[in-house]
Design a protein. Structure first.
Length: 224
C-alpha cells in the first residue's frame, strides 16, 4: 500500500498538482496539513486500541499510517519502506516523531534517510511489527487478538494506558508521569472496574467491566 506513482508525472508537478488553490490558500493561512498526518493524528488521539494486519508491500503512507497503531501484525514476506528521500520529498504522517519511539533513533534514521527496503524479519527484530504469521493465518491472528482485548481488558484502563504512553512521551522527567499515574492509580483501584477485575479473577470467569469510554474518563487528564 502506498501512493500510485503512475498518477504523478512531470506535467502534474511531482506528487501534487502544479497549482492547488485550496492547498495554496491553506498554506498562506498557516492551516495546511498534509493528508497522511491527518490520518495518524486521528489514530494518535483514539481511546481504543488499534490493530493493523499488514500483507504484501507497505510503502510510504502504507507504512507511516501503521506507526500510531498499538499492534502491528504482518504476514511473512511483507516488505516495508519509507521511500521519501528517494522521491525528493520528506517523511509525512508525523513519522519522524512516531518511528524513533518505536524502533529507536538510529534505526529510524537508517530507514528514513536511506529509504531502503525493510524485510519482515528486520521489521520484527526492530520492533516495527509485533509478530509475523503465515499469510493465510494473518487475519485470524488479528481477530484472536481483538477478541482477547475485548474480552479481558477494561476499556477505561486500555484508554488511559494508551494515552499515558502517547501523550506523556513529551514529559521531561519521570516525576511528571509518576504524579499523574499516582492520581490515576488512587482513583482506579477504588473504582468499579477494579472491584470487577479482582472478583472475576477469584471467581474464574470473564470480567464484565462496567465503566464505559469516554464517559468514564477523568476530567483532570492534562491532554483534555
Amino acid at each position: 500500500m502506498g501512493a500510485d506513482l503512475a498518477e504523478f508525472g512531470d506535467d502534474k508537478g511531482g506528487f501534487g498538482k502544479a497549482s492547488d488553490p485550496d492547498a495554496d490558500a491553506q498554506m498562506a493561512a498557516g492551516t495546511y496539513q498534509e493528508p497522511a498526518g491527518l490520518v495518524t493524528s486521528v489514530l494518535y488521539r483514539l481511546n481504543k486500541p488499534v490493530i493493523a494486519a499488514v500483507r504484501g508491500a507497505a510503502a510510504g503512507v502504507g507504512a507511516t499510517m501503521l506507526l500510531p497503531v498499538d499492534f502491528r501484525l504482518a504476514a511473512d514476506g511483507t516488505k516495508f519502506t519509507f521511500p521519501f528521500t528517494r522521491r525528493g520529498i520528506v517523511p509525512e504522517g508525523a513519522s519522524s516523531w512516531f518511528l524513533p519511539r518505536l524502533v529507536g533513533m538510529g534505526k529510524a534514521l537508517d530507514w528514513l534517510i536511506s529509504g531502503r527496503l525493510i524485510t519482515a524479519d528486520e521489521a520484527l527484530s526492530s520492533g516495527l511489527v509485533n509478530s509475523l504469521h503465515a499469510a493465510e493465518n494473518l487475519m485470524e491472528a488479528a481477530h484472536d487478538l481483538a477478541r482477547e482485548l475485548v474480552t479481558d481488558v477494561a476499556p477505561i484502563s486500555a484508554a488511559l494506558t494508551r494515552q499515558l504512553v502517547y501523550r506523556m512521551a513529551w514529559a521531561a522527567t519521570p516525576e511528571q508521569m509518576h504524579k499523574l499515574e499516582s492520581r490515576l492509580v488512587y482513583d482506579t483501584v477504588r473504582g468499579a472496574d477494579a472491584v470487577e477485575g479482582v472478583r472475576s479473577f477469584f471467581e474464574r470467569r470473564t470480567p464484565e467491566f462496567p465503566t464505559r469510554v469516554p464517559e468514564g474518563l477523568p476530567d483532570y487528564l492534562p491532554w483534555g
